[in-house]
Design a protein around this ligand. Sequence first.
Ligand code: FMN
Length: 409
Amino acid sequence: MSEITISDSLTLPCGAVVKNRIGKSAMSENMGSKGFVSNRSFQTLYERWSDGGTGLLITGNVMVDQRALGEARNVVIEKGINDPSLKLWSEAGRKNQTHIWVQLNHPGKQSPKFLTKLPVAPSAIPLKKPLNRVFNTPRALSDAEIIEIITRFAYAAKVCKENGFTGVQIHGAHGYLVSQFLSPTHNQRTDKWGGSIENRMRFVTEIYQAIRTEVGPEFPVSIKLNSADFQKGGFSKEDSMAVVKHLSDLGMDLIEISGGTYETPVMTGTNVKESTKIREAYFLEYCEEVRKIVKTPLMLTGGFRSSQGMNAALATGVCDMVGIARSLAINPNFSKELLSDKDVTSLVKPLTTGYPFLDRTFPLEIVWYTDQIHLLGKGQNPNIHRSPLRSVFSMVLELGMNALRRVRG
Ligand SMILES: Cc1cc2nc3c(=O)[nH]c(=O)nc-3n(C[C@H](O)[C@H](O)[C@H](O)COP(=O)(O)O)c2cc1C
């Protein structure tokens, strides 16, 4: 056992120091403005979080191609988009020596029909029923297109650095494009991008290397990676360990561990065993195994609710940071409270509209927490008493019915 607690700072391989061991995991804000740019609400939101004591703020996923959005109102960083608010966003997040890293993403086939008619993916394989009602069958990317997407990630990382963000994270989890390349189910290519795990990880490896070339050795580069995608024949624990080892050897600064995809949405606790929930961290056992093979800082995300749970995970040395998402959407000061040495527990609880059909149809966890994030962005306080039914209705009004069918966990 070590004596590390959430209050201790963490020095990353690149030399950057995070002031404590609490990381805000990415939550898509869904509040970009016309032209895919950020706005004042991002500044208000991130200032709130940096005042709340969290050491590392990872933004919601920012897309690298406006033709490939994961959700309505995504921010996009690509050539031709000039976003003057980025600097103010990073400034707000940097307050109090807080780190703010941008999560960069390409959704691949997980771009809903109402946003993309013909999505792209490693192979032309549709998502399983009933998700195929929401997502069109993708077409396979050409070799040249794959290389172009890699350059997009690198360009976006460069823009993040130029605009004052203190790091970037590649979204390699939850079934998006990087994760699709890693999966033997979704990647059935027979060229150098598919087949063996060495080939399947070529895409993420080249993204990492291209980003590193742009941002240099002293800028934090991270990845959020699945422990597995929990699908028969899919990205396995062994595959995941091989990717972790390889990216660690290349100099990755922080690996955030999560799991699941839209097809098996375990990342927010859906279908996670009750015993696992009680122990708090959903992916703790996997993290224990990874710890044995790499020294790279690990951030474990999913299910942490109490200071005891977090400190217990850090004390065993299994992870170096704890990642928290939903608790910070309903209490931006949660980290400050955790760091105050008192026993603190999150108010995250199961959500229901009271109508099982609606609960099955809509991604309540996403809809309700996005609503809370929007309240914070407007400078208001979160409202834990807000009815999930109201969140469903207000988002249906805003985005339309199609945008809301169950797509995420
Ligand atoms: C509203 C919402 C939006 C999310 N958006 C993202 C995202 O953009 N990128 C990502 O990697 N994970 C996203 N997640 C998943 C969280 O980062 C996290 O992995 C998950 O909520 C489990 O952590 P928790 O138990 O502390 O909430 C999102 C979760 C929620 C609730």
